[in-house]
Design a protein around this ligand. Structure first.
Ligand code: 6R9
Length: 645
């Protein structure tokens, strides 16, 4: 396989694209020089408003205050459903592909409308009102989309909790947002395995006194406990619900949803997005980044529990009247050709997935891909972590047959939509680089002292100015919003990533520079994993770092100090890993666990993670300055017993 550093825009991509290179440049320039005029025009083009705005944007990073289109009125579910009905009632809105092959189903915009209206009425009948928070803990079935849109219709604020999260995680999220209603399913099915969703919710709400309703969608019909005083059978409630629900008139700045994400410290943050700016940004990026055209079959493999599922399975595509594929399963079930089979079966044109999946499938050889007919594919995308050039080339050549642009999209839960990417018809690709800023996005690179660097450089990635899809606050904690994103470098939004910029102004994302791990594209806070480990009575202290992992990008490496007199053995190793899985979900489970009689600390008691990272990576030449350590000999012992050599 030839690894080329640059791929110019192909003639095919040029012919298809909404924008030429020149048009991208012009539009980008206008978006930076006259942002209000630019965003007004886009807002009118992409979104149906009930009432126009008083002011396009009002942003003050020094106070962490961000507003877009304030005074404007709209309803997001109307933008995703009702306005398409005159022309698209019969068009498929959602293709559902179940865990078992052969279980797919098409949902038209008409059916989507009926289901969402009824579901909205079910929520109302349980007392849910505008502004109330609703927790959604569901498998990847169409009802998760109905639930989100039903909330949007009545102005309730959804908080989707990933179906792989544990009871503890559901509980903390329900309590933090004070949700009184939870929507779940009896069980989930992924890769042939049953996930006890309702059981997990039961255990979580046992400690949430304010939850008065748990709405349960039947997915498997499996045995679950039933508590008549709070459990609601979804099917029965839907049968009794009225067919039409008047959409709530929402202000552009009213909350649309909360989505929890891990930070470097403390408990997960409730990232809050609002109606107007978010839906505009999701719709606009979906159209340009994926070069979306009417009639495309579009598939994003994310889960609804992550921001990618919010913006690019549901909100963005549905706002554009697209056909979006919802996949319940995993790439390796029943075998590792599942993705390619689904692409062939549904004639998918645009495919968006994560580098970790690409690496895992690449390792299984080309044959599984080649036996499927992938000629429907026109464009490929990746998201979630940096993609290594080998994986990029495999994706481009073997999956895309050298014929589909690859968009490497850099963004975050906090940004609502893609900020940096190449656009398929207007900028060439460099494997491993995310590329250029989207409209209205002004990245900069700072050195450690906060000075902006010019030209080719490497440092901390920040954004100057705002864009409509930006988060508005940390739910219930505006101070934390300011502290996390705006306090380090006043006047900038600090993304938490390191990046370099090359001579062509392409951005290359290096990865997190804080204590956040990116494991298979999932953001994990090291602090959360450490807190879970020290819950065990035999553990006195723990420190968690990441190390390079071939498939997952990063793996979880835990250093564990036991209480005096305790011995680490294989049984305790297993027990501790299981404890983390129970507390946080299985993907947070340490891959490697090293017994550490003591951890390297500064005299003020701070754990020197830099050194722990180096030891975990087996990079011993450069352990750096250990002289400030309280006990430098702790390091020798850790090096001696390291797990990767
Ligand atoms: C959308 C999403 C955000 C973090 C982000 C960065 C990493 C995402 C990336 C990427 C390199 C890309 N990240 N996309 N790194 N190239 N194309 O993933 O949101 O879960 O909040 O994670 O993921 O480190 O800061 P989220």
């Amino acid at each position: 396989m030839e690894l080329k550093p640059f791929y110019p825009v192909s003639d095919k991509a040029k012919a298809h694209s909404h924008l030429s290179e020149q048009e991208y440049k012009q539009m980008y320039q206008q978006s930076i020089e006259q942002p209000d005029a630019f965003w007004s025009e886009q807002a009118n083009k992409f979104i149906d408003w009930i009432q126009p705005w008083d002011e396009v944007s009002k942003v003050d990073y020094h106070q962490a205050k961000i507003q877009w289109f304030s005074g404007a009125k709209l309803n997001v579910s109307v933008n995703c459903i009702d306005r398409h009905l005159p022309e698209r009632a019969e068009q498929t809105a959602i293709i559902f592909e179940g865990d078992e092959p052969g279980s797919s189903r098409h949902v038209s915009y008409q059916e989507l409308s009926e289901q969402v209206n009824k579901f909205a009425n079910v929520l109302k009948s349980r007392g849910v009102k505008k502004g109330d928070r609703v927790c959604i803990y569901m498998p990847m079935i169409v009802e998760v989309g109905y639930a989100m849109l039903a909330c949007a219709r009545i102005g309730a604020v959804h908080s989707v909790v990933f179906g792989g999260f544990s009871t503890e995680s559901i509980k903390t999220r329900i309590l933090d947002a004070d949700c009184k209603v939870v929507i779940t399913a009896d069980q989930g099915v992924r890769g042939g395995k049953i996930i006890p969703l309702k059981n997990n919710v039961d255990a979580a709400v046992a400690d949430c006194a304010d939850v008065h309703s748990v709405i349960v969608v039947e997915r498997t019909g499996g045995d679950v406990q039933w508590n008549d005083s709070i459990d609601v059978n979804y099917e029965q409630a839907m049968q009794q619900a009225d067919a039409y629900c008047e959409p709530e008139v929402m202000d552009a700045e009213d909350p649309l949803f909360i989505l929890y994400t891990s930070g470097s410290t403390g408990k997960p943050k409730g990232v809050l997005h609002t109606c107007g700016g978010y839906i505009l940004y999701a719709a606009m990026t979906h159209k340009y980044v994926f070069d979306y055209r009417d009639g495309d079959i579009y598939w994003c493999t994310a889960d609804a529990g992550w921001i990618t599922g919010h913006s690019y399975i549901f909100y963005g595509p549905l706002a554009n009247g697209a056909t979006t594929l919802v996949f319940e399963g995993v790439p390796t079930y029943p075998d590792a050709s599942r993705f390619w089979q689904v692409i062939e079966q549904h004639q998918v044109n645009v495919f968006y997935t994560a580098p970790t999946a690409i690496r895992a499938l690449m390792g299984l050889g080309d044959e599984l891909v080649n036996k499927q007919d992938l000629s429907s594919l026109r464009l490929l995308g990746t998201v979630g972590e940096p993609i290594n050039p080998e994986a990029w080339h495999w994706y481009y050549e073997v999956v895309g047959k050298n014929n589909c642009p690859v968009v490497d999209t850099w963004w975050q839960t906090e940004t609502g939509g893609v900020l940096i990417t190449t656009l398929p018809g207007s900028s060439g690709m460099k494997p491993g680089a995310a590329g250029l800023p989207f409209f209205g996005v002004e990245p900069a690179i700072l050195d450690g002292d906060g000075n902006e660097l010019e030209g080719e450089c490497r440092g901390r990635l920040v954004l100057k100015g705002s864009w409509p899809g930006q988060m508005r606050t940390v739910y219930g904690d505006q101070q934390r919003f300011y502290d996390t994103y705006f306090s380090q470098y006043p006047g900038y939004y600090f993304a938490g990533d390191g990046a370099k910029r090359d001579k062509d102004d392409y951005y290359w994302i290096i990865g997190r520079i804080d204590d956040v791990l990116n494991v298979s594209g999932h953001r994990l806070g090291t602090a959360e994993i450490e807190s879970a480990l020290v819950l065990h009575p035999k553990v006195s202290e723990a420190a968690v770092v990441g190390y390079p992992h071939d498939i997952k990008g990063q793996g979880v490496y835990a250093y564990v100090t036991l209480m005096k007199g305790q011995e680490g053995d294989a049984a305790l190793d297993t027990e501790l890993k299981a404890l983390v899985a129970k507390e946080l979900g299985s993907f947070s489970k340490p891959d490697l666990l090293q017994w550490s009689p003591s951890l390297p600390k500064t005299r003020s008691g701070k754990i020197m993670r830099r050194i722990l990272r180096k030891i975990a990576e087996n990079e011993l030449d450069n352990l750096g300055d250990t002289s400030t350590l309280a006990d430098p000999s702790a390091v020798d012992e850790l090096v001696e017993n390291r797990l990767i050599r």
